[in-house]
Write a protein that binds this ligand. Structure first.
Ligand code: TXA
Ligand code: MG
Length: 328
């Protein structure tokens, strides 16, 4: 199968909408990461996502809709605080998990009674979702366990020959996946951290909890169970600069092509070194993380990652992704 990469315009949107309607997959940009999309009502198409990605069948998918789409037939209960959160943060990088009416194809929710819904803010995504006018389920457009994609080139690297169309909307500005928030209870519960932070949600909803998996319990969000986002080379993770530098030099002496990945204030203290820079500020670190992990796996035998010292706000999401990528 030939894989076309096309800029978003009237022609490519028409092709994309046609492919979705006949049950094919289309990759598309969002403000967080690229997604691999299918019609949420088409069970065979949804199954194709799991097969094409190599995704475990118990890990549910997010349904993406355009800003005017009426989600009331898809969700069973909608607490007042959820409406306030939608007004405050959507369209944007916040996914909300509702009790499901089960109108979408069964594989979407992978056996759960809930449905995750997201309204992306990227203008190209909105245009695509309006052209289709259906909920589009989409995981990140990477092979399962590989680093998430923030450009059409990243998607092409994983899926060339496996899907027919990648819509190219440029580099994803946000760079890490949406915040996933369970709104089925009295208090909103963060299942996955992202660019909409716990503080931001609490400022609108009054409260916001973070979900932690307890021993022996079934995960509320199965995606949390998996090693994720991993580059295809050795990765080592350190909190201290001297330890990271010692590991870097040891690898170098062993004849390995080693690169150091870090960001924030550490950048001011580094000796000359092969550096995968995440940039100075939290927003840059989110935007550059996956790009630099993907660049690193091509150039390096080993990535030595030095955990940025910055904390708070979106750093929770950045550090979550970095530690998962480098967890052995
Ligand atoms: O930013 C994003 O959310 C991107 C773009 C493409 O929109 N999508 C994305 O999808 O990251 P994916 O499939 O890679 O991650 C979805 C996460 C998984 O951790 C999954 O377990 C969780 O959302 N999830 C999906 N449906 C759920 C549900 N009904 N209940 C709990 N967690 C759910
Ligand atoms: Mg993913």
């Amino acid at each position: 199968m030939e894989t076309k990469v096309e800029k978003i315009d009237e022609n490519s949107l028409r092709t994309a909408a046609h492919l979705i309607r006949i049950g094919e997959l289309v990759a598309f940009p969002t403000e967080t990461v690229y997604g691999l999309g299918a019609n949420a009502f088409d069970e065979a198409a949804v199954k194709k996502i799991y097969e094409t990605k190599g995704r475990p069948s118990n890990n549910p998918l997010i349904a993406h809709v355009h800003a005017q789409y009426d989600i009331s037939s898809l969700i069973d209960r909608d607490p007042p605080y959820a409406a306030a959160l939608r007004r405050a943060f959507l369209p944007g990088p916040l996914t909300m998990v509702y009790p499901s009416t089960k109108k979408v194809a069964p594989s979407v929710s992978a056996g759960l009674n809930t449905l995750a819904i997201r309204v992306p803010s990227h203008a190209g995504t909105q245009a695509f979702l309006r052209a289709v006018n259906l909920p589009i389920v989409a995981p990140s457009a990477n092979l399962s366990k590989h680093v998430s994609p923030t450009s059409a080139e990243h998607v092409f690297a994983d899926f060339a020959g496996k899907i027919s169309l990648i819509l190219d909307g440029g580099a994803s500005e946000g760079g890490i996946e949406s915040t996933v928030l369970d709104v089925t209870g009295e208090v909103p519960l963060i299942l996955r951290e992202g660019l909409i932070t716990r503080e931001m949600i609490a400022s609108v909803a009054g409260k916001c909890e973070k979900y932690f998996l307890k021993d022996g319990e079934q995960a509320k969000s199965p995606g949390m169970m998996y090693k994720h986002y991993a580059p295809r080379c050795e990765t080592l993770l350190f909190d201290s600069l001297p330890e990271a530098l010692a590991a870097y030099h040891a690898k170098e002496e062993a004849g390995k092509r080693v690169w150091l990945l870090t960001g924030g204030k550490w950048l001011e203290q580094l000796p000359p070194i092969r550096l995968l820079s995440l940039g100075a500020y939290p927003k840059d670190m989110a935007a550059n993380l996956y790009k630099q992990l993907r660049a690193g796996e091509i150039m390096a035998d080993c990535i030595v990652a030095l955990v940025p010292a910055e904390r708070g706000g979106i750093m929770a999401g950045v550090l979550d992704r970095l530690t998962r990528a480098c967890r052995s």
